[in-house]
Design a protein. Structure first.
Length: 240
């Protein structure tokens, strides 16, 4: 018997956020027909976790989060405890080669030439993340940037943040140019449209290219299923 994949998203007042989550859930369902998929939100959107978990007999909570910052470490476990349940909780999405593939996909949508090694070698990219006060989360984002450059052959990859401490997007673009990048691109390391992606877009005016957010990319659907499978396997091993 398969358990339900309970996708736990942060939520936003921006309706584009919930629309993106719904599109991603549709991809997950299409990729694995027959799997029950439910959605719950931490804030702003409905339904919330207590409204959902009571009707689930067997489920794995899968956070729709890129890194292990405050929401993953505190908010989701606290919400599950408050709802009186002890569901297995899958790992966050990052880091993963599938995320790098999704970032590549979004940049190539802005310019198909970026699928070629020669064009990547002359292009510097800003990996523009939300930002966190958690040093471990910051280090994880920088590790993603380093791996993306190393494995995909970009001229350079700089990290910028839309909130918390800097650097900001204009600072990162200046660093790319100083490093010799002939072209520059800004790639939001964010899951759905909203206030922070809009802030990044506004700051990216000096870049040659601006990619869309990760959104309902097929790589994200595959990664959610992978995290679900890993958590189920771990829970089964512990029960045995």
């Amino acid at each position: 018997m398969t358990s339900t994949l309970l996708l736990v998203a942060h939520g936003s007042r921006d309706p584009r956020h919930a629309a993106t989550v719904a599109a991603l859930v549709a991809r997950v369902r299409a990729a694995r027909p027959g799997l029950e998929v439910a959605t719950a939100y931490l804030d702003h959107c409905a339904p919330r976790i207590p409204q959902v978990v009571g009707r689930l007999d067997d489920a794995v909570a899968v956070p729709l989060l890129l890194g292990r910052a405050y929401h993953a470490k505190h908010d989701i476990p606290a919400a599950l405890r408050s709802a009186g349940c002890a569901l297995p909780v899958a790992d966050v999405l990052g880091p993963s080669p599938l995320l790098l593939a999704a970032l590549d996909r979004r940049l190539a949508e802005t310019d198909p030439a970026l699928r070629g090694a020669a064009e990547r070698a002359r292009t510097g990219v800003v990996l523009a993340a939300a930002g966190s006060s958690d040093p471990a989360a910051d280090a994880a984002t920088r590790a993603v940037a380093a791996q993306w450059r190393r494995t995909r052959g970009w001229a350079a990859v700089e990290v910028a943040y839309a909130s918390a401490a800097g650097p900001r997007v204009p600072d990162a673009l200046a660093a790319l140019r100083a490093a010799g990048a002939e072209r520059t691109a800004v790639s939001p390391y964010l899951l759905a449209p909203g206030r922070l992606p809009d802030r990044i877009a506004g700051a990216a005016a000096g870049a040659d290219l601006l990619a869309p957010v990760l959104g309902a990319a097929p790589e994200l659907a595959a990664l959610l299923l992978r995290r679900y499978d890993e958590a189920r396997a771990t829970a089964g091993a512990l029960a045995a």
